[in-house]
Design a protein. Structure first.
Length: 91
């Protein structure tokens, strides 16, 4: 999946198709899942809230990516592969 990344501080300005990158999710994040095209969290596992809800929405998801919020910036084009757990910045 290729998409533009949106960090936590700007989640209220998300546009459909953007990839949400945040420290962790809880029930308060649920409205963003219908807008996002993918999810990356810094904390979590296969049964974490973000991973479970992403599966329900059919979104590619990578969890436990330490430092993701500081490594990626809003507006960057990123490639997210939920099957392999790879997320990278596209030039």
């Amino acid at each position: 999946l290729l998409g533009f990344e949106k960090i936590l501080e700007e989640a209220n300005n998300m546009k459909p198709g953007e990839i949400l990158i945040c420290p962790i999710t809880d029930v308060g994040w649920t409205p963003y899942f219908s807008i996002a095209s993918g999810l990356v969290t810094e904390i979590g596992g296969m049964l974490s809230h973000g991973a479970v809800v992403a599966r329900e929405y059919g979104l590619p998801c990578v969890v436990n990516v330490q430092g993701a919020c500081s490594k990626f910036k809003t507006g960057q084009m990123v490639e997210l592969d939920g099957s392999t757990g790879v997320i990278k910045i596209c030039q």
